[in-house]
Write a protein that binds this ligand. Structure first.
Ligand code: GLY
Length: 354
């Protein structure tokens, strides 16, 4: 078992446990497990066998990013009130990023806040979403526009949950791992290029490395006032792609992969990366069958949506762009003309069938 501490310098600090799920003791407290039907069917007993609580309720929500909305929040809140959970009660998220984001959000607002822990069951949520306290929901204006920074009390990462993951879900998680390597760590990127993550040893190594990189950033900037924004490399574009396709065409990680290539087109255009680096990142995404092509039908309307991104402030659009591989920057001074030119150039790439 590896235990990594997210040290926030206050009583919100918590541990991320990587290894076989151990006993979880909430004696004398009521627990509600937030999950979805698929994960519940596959994994609920793995959790309930280890869980000690005065009462345990299971709340199963519809599966999919399109259900990460205020209606599902209401449904969960009503369940919590019906089961008379109190301020000492605890929520446990058992599922992927959607379940984790919504569980953390509900925990933050139920009776002004109760404790929650995360047990992520997808690779994407194990390496990114479950750590760092970003919680929230989508609305018609965009993705994750309503939410709270709300840190879990603990995160338990057990790769056993990944054994039932479809390869598409697994590959989607790889997009976030590749994102971390490109944005922060050349050595890790080189390692990913020469090692496939198809055995437990490499898988655990990649998960641990990604979490270590994420923890370092979150400790420095919990509320994303600066450097944490770099974790959103690819996401400024990705969130628009997800919204434009009603959250149903792409898994989040697949849209991240598309967003990385959109960001890299811009980075290439303004001289932050070379064509060779662009190609290396593209090849690594393709190694995991990740999509990289999305045709932007209306460049003006795509451009306008950048202003709803949470990083956009005072009329300036912020982009997270790689500087070579292993480094990244936050740029808010790129002209409209340059951005639109890069979106057109991306479309040329997306239209090319090779
Ligand atoms: N997933 C990006 C972040 O946690 O900041």
């Amino acid at each position: 078992m590896d235990t990594l501490k997210v040290d926030l310098g206050n009583d919100l600090s918590y541990n991320v446990h990587i290894g076989e799920l151990g006993n979880i003791d909430f004696s004398n407290r009521k627990v509600a497990i937030i999950t979805n039907p698929k994960v519940c069917g596959l994994h609920i007993t793995k959790l309930t066998n280890k869980l000690k609580a005065s009462d345990v309720f299971i709340i199963s929500i519809k599966d999919g990013e399109q259900y990460k909305n205020i209606d599902t929040v209401n449904e969960i809140l009503n369940n919590l009130f019906n089961h008379k959970l109190d301020r000492k009660s605890v929520l446990i998220s058992l599922g992927g990023g959607v379940v984790g984001d919504i569980c953390g959000f509900v925990a933050g607002i139920y009776q002004r806040g109760i404790d929650f822990i995360n047990i992520p069951t997808t690779l994407l949520s194990q390496v990114d979403a479950s750590v760092g306290g970003k919680t929230g929901i989508n609305n018609s204006y965009g993705k994750n526009l309503i939410g709270l920074f709300n840190q879990p009390k603990a995160v338990h990462i057990d790769t056993i949950f990944l054994s039932t993951l479809a390869s598409r879900e697994y590959n989607a998680g790889m997009a976030e791992i590749i994102k971390m390597a490109v944005a922060f760590d050349l050595e890790f990127f080189n390692w990913l290029q020469s090692n496939t993550i198809n055995n437990d040893e490499n898988l655990k190594k990649a998960i641990k490395k990604s979490i270590e990189l994420k923890i370092k950033i979150v400790q420095e900037d919990e509320k994303e006032m600066g450097v944490r924004a770099k974790l959103n490399y690819g996401h400024t574009f990705c969130h628009i792609v997800e919204m434009m396709s009603n959250y149903t065409t792409y898994l989040h990680g697949e849209a991240v992969s598309i967003g990385i290539i959109m960001a890299n087109t811009l980075a290439l255009d303004i001289g932050l990366i070379t064509q060779n680096e662009f190609n290396q990142i593209l090849s690594l995404l393709k190694m995991y069958d990740l999509p990289t092509k999305y045709y932007i039908k209306d460049i003006d309307s795509f451009y306008d949506k950048f202003f709803l991104d949470k990083k956009s402030m005072q009329g300036k659009i912020s982009f997270i762009l790689p500087i070579n591989i292993g480094n990244s920057t936050i740029k808010d001074d790129i002209t409209k003309q340059q951005i639109q030119k890069s979106l057109l150039r991306y479309n040329d790439y997306a239209n090319n069938i090779n």
